[in-house]
Ligand binder design. Sequence first.
Ligand code: PLP
Length: 448
Amino acid sequence: MNVKSDIRPSVPVPNDLSAFWMPFTANRAFKRAPRMVAGAKDMHYFSADGRKLIDAVAGMWCTNAGHGRETIAAAIGKSAATLDYAPPFQFGHPQAFELASRIAELAPDEMNHVFFCNSGSEAVDTALKIALAYHQIHKEGTRTRLIGRERGYHGVGFGGISVGGMINNRKAFGTLLTGVDHLPATYDRDKQAFSKGEPEYGAHFADELERIVTLHGASTIAAVIVEPMAGSTGVIPAPKGYLKRLREITQKHGILLIFDEVITGYGRLGFAFAAERYGVTPDMITFAKGITNGAVPMGGVIVRDKVHDDFMTGPEHVVELFHGYTYSAHPLACAAGLATLDIYRDEKLFERARAMEPKFAEAVMSLRKEPNVADIRTVGLTAGIDLAPNAGGVGKRGYEALAASFHDHDIMLRTAGDTLVLTPPLIISEDQIGEIVEKTAKTIRAVA
Ligand SMILES: Cc1ncc(COP(=O)(O)O)c(C=O)c1O
């Protein structure tokens, strides 16, 4: 409920919105009725017209520690004033090494090396390239095939959309990378509907990898990449035992396993990484988003010791991996990352997410009685709520819900087609869970 002190003065909005071609946005619909935010603090956004909206999606799976964290802002400001930029090729700066060590400490054993980049998409492309180069080092250069999964999302680089499995992200962009295959998605509504956490049904979807190996030959396959919880497609938690099985099969065939933890990293599933929740150590973990609490772009790849060490051979003056970005390990991002990890540790936010998971799941499941709700899935502090499409076609009801939630119900949600996605900051209180569920219910009724 808004109280007067929550309402901020409205901020001026430019009259002309046409120049900015917005990413992954229905531009014309947006510009007719803009959803404009102008400020954020803790669990809330402030709209440009001065309203206070509860943030049910941590920005975009980013601000796990909530908004406007002063220590992060101070660290960024200090870095901007003392070391605005440092070239990452052939030079370094202390905070990059410190941050890499701190990330390695959070990662599973034997994963002690971090390659930095600036986004999840770059992290994915980096991991795929490391996998290909690794097999070359091992004189197994025939291992070039990459395996993704249907409904997977791995960002928007050509590597990421090639292994990704969301049709709209692929179909307009030509032939993509060649030599890519896909595992089936792990979702079967008939067998899994309204599951809390990992569904009992579906570990066998991992066995499809054996079929793919039989089809192509293990000697042609470099890596398998999956999200431990498929987020962007509408929240599909891994079935029980699925990831372990994938690990066994990849290991058996000498195939590298990459977990794309751009969403699941840094506490979303109640652990530093989903790898820990599932007790499975992959060969690489990609991350982004939560590492800086969304405050500065940063991504990266955590690499298993064996993979990293195998690159560290040959003459010492020669570059071991011909890959990197001008802004890899940017000083402002490293400063933000260190301040963010301090907050996660000091406020025990991963543990907090774990403790809140059952309450969140139960509260969100209460929405199953609302009109048109076809399924709800929850895992960690994340939920996907499928609404049946309306007569306007797939995605129309979802879009109407997005607009209604923002303009009429003071809540920021995400939608994937007709699925509403909730993935709030990990600082959320029980009362705020209640508020989010109530506002989501109102939104669902508004588009019935
Ligand atoms: C699993 C996963 N991988 C990669 C990405 C791409 O990240 P970015 O948008 O930072 O490039 C995302 C973004 O949501 C993601 O969810």
